[in-house]
Design a protein around this ligand. Structure first.
Ligand code: SF4
Length: 428
């Protein structure tokens, strides 16, 4: 069968799509670039928030409506896991699957053999590829429906399998392997290893062949001294950490059932910066959580200004069915949420622009992402890529005049900061 996968949602979903593709390839099916050529179209959906579910529904309706004679359209992923009856009711949808259903999808496609941990494959990947190190989440965050979708326990993949998977990604063209999970710092917790992530990173650095390793989704309070030490002492691990903090007010964090000791959070940021003075720290915040008073919002604003995050995102709180926060008193009216979100985003963008401006003059390796053929308005060839300070898909880009293939490294000097993105000159 010829298949095409349409992926919505976060990087963890991208790794699931990759897994589906490899399982299908193992069974003799092959990917095609055009939907018209596909016998099987697989929509991998996101169900995290209302907007994501709406986007998933619209995509399913579109694919179902555009289904060609003899073509099959199936839906998988988080939204399909939680609202399966709604999905299958959509015209043109042939089957639905929940999460981690790669083998069922392969079976549906007409052929599945016994599971092989890491199938041989010739599928290419981009310069950056995601490695999902665990799935599910046992944390009690009151706003989050992920544990309800993905399961309320951590399920860490075995280190041997992850090393093999990372080696495969590198063999297929990845230069950077990005570790993702619902909470990456919980890696190995099920088998009682408090330093499981540090150990895994050491092995991946030694055995995967990746030029860069990058860590996303660390949980405050679990950035252990050994993790910081391994990050600081291992050249392949980018001096970059994504640590979603969600708020800066202890009372809001308590209602969120998140770590609320801000001294501990400040201590973690200080330790990271003391060990890696050039580290880029990324975080995310939620604005307008139930009961968020003006003074609690101000605490968040003050904290965000003080902590000087290199990269930060902010989201407007939206109630998720089945979560404790959805039933809390004191839901904040939309106009107030929006106004606070705008205020915070302006502040975060200013801080990030200032930090970017401090990069001018630095010489750094650039991992090229852009395809050849891109030009400025004047027709000069241009490359776009990322240094260790920018994670794929969420952070800005570094642009420079020149030509290079995706996956090549170039030594550049940062010459200008443009708010979100940076401008550089190729020096090598
Ligand atoms: S740690 Fe992340 S995935 Fe887990 S419940 Fe909290 S917000 Fe959700």
């Amino acid at each position: 069968m010829r298949y095409q996968i349409v992926t919505l949602g976060c990087p963890k979903n991208t790794t699931d799509s990759d897994r589906i593709a490899r399982t299908l390839e193992q069974s003799g099916h092959r990917a095609v670039p055009d939907r018209e050529q596909a016998d099987l179209v697989i929509l991998n959906t996101c169900g995290f928030i209302d907007d994501a579910r709406d986007e998933s529904r619209q995509a399913a309706e579109t694919l179902g409506a555009q289904r060609l004679p003899g073509q099959q359209v199936v839906v998988t992923g988080c939204w399909s896991q939680i609202e399966r009856e709604q999905v299958i009711a959509i015209d043109g949808i042939d089957a639905t699957f929940g999460i981690e259903a790669w083998r069922e999808i392969a079976a549906h496609a007409g052929a599945v053999e016994a599971e092989r941990d890491i199938p041989e494959t010739s599928l290419g990947v981009g310069p950056s590829a995601y490695l999902k190190i665990s799935d599910g989440c046992a944390r009690p965050c009151t706003f989050c429906n992920i544990p309800g979708i993905k399961g309320r326990q951590f399920r860490s993949a075995r280190p041997d399998a992850l090393v093999r998977e990372a080696q495969e990604l590198v063999a297929r063209g990845a230069r950077e392997v990005v570790l993702v999970a619902q909470d990456s710092t919980a890696y190995g917790a099920e088998w009682g290893d408090a330093n499981g992530l540090a150990r895994l990173l050491e092995r991946l650095a030694a055995e995967s062949g990746a030029d860069w390793l990058r860590l996303m989704y660390a949980y405050p309070g679990f950035v252990t001294p050994s993790l910081v030490e391994v990050m600081a002492n291992t050249p392949q691990i980018c001096n970059y950490l994504d640590i979603p903090l969600q708020h800066g007010s202890p009372s809001v964090l308590r209602r969120m059932k998140r770590p609320h000791n801000m001294d501990m959070v400040r201590g973690t940021l200080d330790r990271l910066r003391a060990s890696m003075p050039d580290i880029a720290i990324r975080t995310t915040f939620i604005v307008g959580f139930p009961g968020e008073s003006e003074s609690e919002f101000n605490e968040l604003r003050d904290f965000a200004a003080e902590a000087e995050f290199d990269r930060a995102g902010a989201f407007v709180y939206s109630p998720q069915n089945g979560t404790p926060a959805a039933d809390m008193a004191g839901q904040i009216p939309d106009p107030i949420k929006e106004a606070r979100h705008e205020q915070l985003m302006t502040l975060l963008a200013d801080v990030s622009a200032q930090k970017n401006a401090r990069q001018v003059g630095r010489r750094l390796p650039l991992l090229v992402e852009s395809e050849p053929g891109q030009t400025t308005e004047d027709g000069d060839p241009i490359i776009a890529g990322r240094t260790y300070r920018e994670a794929a898909e969420v952070d800005g880009l570094v642009l420079a005049l020149g030509t290079a293939e995706p996956g090549e490294f170039r030594q550049v000097e940062i010459v200008d900061a443009m708010g979100h993105d940076l401008w550089a000159e190729v020096i090598d």
